[in-house]
Design a binder for this molecule. Structure first.
Ligand SMILES: [Zn+2]
Length: 110
C-alpha cells in the first residue's frame, strides 16, 4: 500500500468517525430541543452531549462495533453524503457510483 493510499484510508476513517459523532450528537440535540426550553445552560449541555457522543463512538470504534464509513447512502437510496467533506448529492449517478463530486473521489466503504 502506498503512502497516499494509507493517508487516504486514515483520512476516511477519521472523517467517518467525526461524521458519526456529529450524527449522534445532532440526533440527541434535536430530540431534546423539542422539550427543553433554550437557556444559557443549553450551549454547555450541547457540548456535554457532543463529548458523550464522541466517547461512545470511539468506544464502539475501538471494540469493533462501529466501522467508519466513507459515505452514507439514504435509506431510500435518494442521496449520498460524503463523510469527508459532508456534501450530500441527490444525483442518482453519484449514488450508484458512490461518487463525491466535491472531493472527486469514489467511495469505498469497509
Ligand atoms: Zn466529499
Amino acid at each position: 500500500m502506498s503512502v497516499q493510499e494509507l493517508s487516504d484510508k486514515m483520512i476516511d476513517a477519521i472523517a467517518g468517525i467525526a461524521f458519526e459523532i456529529g450524527r449522534r450528537a445532532r440526533a440527541e440535540v434535536e430530540e431534546r430541543a423539542l422539550w427543553k426550553p433554550s437557556s444559557t445552560l443549553w450551549e454547555r449541555e450541547v457540548e456535554r452531549i457532543a463529548r458523550a457522543k464522541a466517547q461512545s463512538v470511539l468506544v464502539d470504534y475501538f471494540v469493533g462495533q462501529f466501522k467508519p464509513l466513507a459515505c452514507v447512502v439514504a435509506d431510500d437510496g435518494s442521496s449520498i453524503t460524503c463523510t469527508r467533506c459532508g456534501m450530500t448529492s441527490y444525483n442518482l449517478n453519484d449514488v450508484q457510483k458512490r461518487f463525491c463530486g466535491h472531493c472527486k473521489r469514489f467511495h469505498v466503504n469497509p
